[in-house]
Design a binder for this molecule. Structure first.
Ligand SMILES: Nc1ncnc2c1ncn2[C@@H]1O[C@H](COP(=O)(O)OP(=O)(O)O)[C@@H](O)[C@H]1O
Ligand SMILES: [Mg+2]
Length: 354
């Protein structure tokens, strides 16, 4: 199972909480402002290195304190591994299995975690940033080569952009192009391969949740079919003007289509939520095929987000996913939710198993 136990210290309103979790459904019940979302936020941070509701890390540290700590035992791998984070102003220390970790990718590998929260619809509605992150998180977990490709690409991109900002001559600029183009094309191929794997599960889940076909179309970030090296060479004038490289997978996106038309700006807020939920669930399904029994899905007050019929359909899909669930709710009953393994009461930053 993903997390066997989890300890949160000085994170938002949670001074110190320690939980033993069940491998199936964990339900957290409590009134408003009791700390339910904060707990999910802390779990998400352990696997992702960021919050899902705030860009600032400092705001996560309990008022009056100087750091927060998160510790969890991931039991999904071959042997249980303790993951730890200590985050203070400007300092983050990561530990995996007792040793210092180099980066969040190492943590992420042990705890794939996904969230369905009130911002869910933004995956469909907003700009490409969220969709790229969604895509890359999925590829990262099923394609072992992806992290290396991503790092190679971004290292070359940083160098080329730095040359552009400094207004360096053509030779200094194009020196990066072969590496950038090779890594960029590889990155796009890996994304595309992943989207092919996602297509089947997405179709099934989309039908069940929306009664319509859901499709994802890869947008590579430069003219489809044209070698990236050529595109880079052809775009130098524009790159100089913007002082940044305009073509490549860092500008990539995925088009979300519902029943054969682009969803963005057309479908209702309710449909956006269901579409985004379909994407996330399909992603977890692919991940579970590849590395079973590792992932967790956090559902933040799902009853506030979806009508009862949609919630029941969502839950019937989730029931087939053998992921660990963390569900928050104001009430002890959530429509369609399978029988919880564990129920916790949350009140004024304290979490008690009941
Ligand atoms: N850095 C912080 N330090 C202390 N308390 C905080 C911090 N950030 C938020 N809070 C408080 O935490 C409380 C719980 O919030 P939240 O987890 O969103 O509750 P719930 O999801 O149960 O409604 C809120 O009252 C909020 O003011
Ligand atoms: Mg909340």
């Amino acid at each position: 199972m993903p997390l066997g136990w989890f300890r949160v210290e000085r994170f938002r309103c949670l001074s110190a909480a320690e939980l033993t979790l069940g491998s199936g459904v964990n339900l957290f019940v409590g009134p408003n402002a009791s700390g339910k979302t904060s707990l999910l936020e802390a779990a998400f941070f352990l696997g992702r290195g960021r919050s899902f509701r705030s860009r600032s890390r400092e705001i996560l540290i309990q008022t009056g304190e100087v750091e927060f700590r998160l510790t969890g035992e991931s039991a999904g791998g071959l042997s249980p591994t303790v993951l730890g984070i200590r985050a203070a102003r400007g300092v983050t220390e990561l530990r995996v299995g007792g040793a210092a970790a180099r980066g969040f990718a190492e943590m992420a590998e042990h705890f794939p975690v996904q969230v369905i929260d009130p911002d869910l619809h933004k995956l469909v509605e907003e700009g490409p940033g969220r969709r790229r992150r969604f895509l890359d998180w999925g590829v990262f977990h099923v394609e072992p080569e992806f992290l290396g490709t991503w790092q190679r690409y971004h290292a070359a991109l940083r160098q080329r952009n730095s040359a552009l900002r400094q207004g360096l001559e053509q030779r200094a600029l194009s020196a990066w192009d072969p590496e950038l183009a090779a890594a960029g094309e590889r990155l796009a191929e890996q994304r595309e391969g992943y989207l092919r794997r996602l297509a089947g599960p997405l179709q099934r889940i989309g039908q069940a949740l929306l009664g319509s076909e859901v499709q994802l179309v890869h947008v590579p970030g430069w003219e489809r079919g044209r070698p990236l090296l050529e595109e880079l060479a052809g775009g130098v004038a524009g790159d100089r003007r913007y002082r940044a490289t305009q073509a490549g997978p860092h500008r990539g996106d995925i088009g979300v289509r519902l029943g054969n038309r682009a969803a963005r700006g057309v479908v209702s807020r309710g449909q956006q939520k269901l579409l985004a939920a379909s994407l996330l669930l399909a992603q977890l399904l692919v991940l579970e095929e590849e590395r079973p029994g590792r992932s967790a899905l956090l559902l933040d007050d799902p009853a506030a987000e979806l009508d009862e019929a949609s919630l029941e359909r969502l839950m019937s899909i989730i029931r087939e996913l053998p992921v660990q669930l963390w569900v928050t709710s104001l009430k002890p009953r959530v429509a369609g939710l399978p029988e919880p393994d564990r129920v916790f009461h949350v009140e004024q930053g304290r979490i008690v198993a009941i």
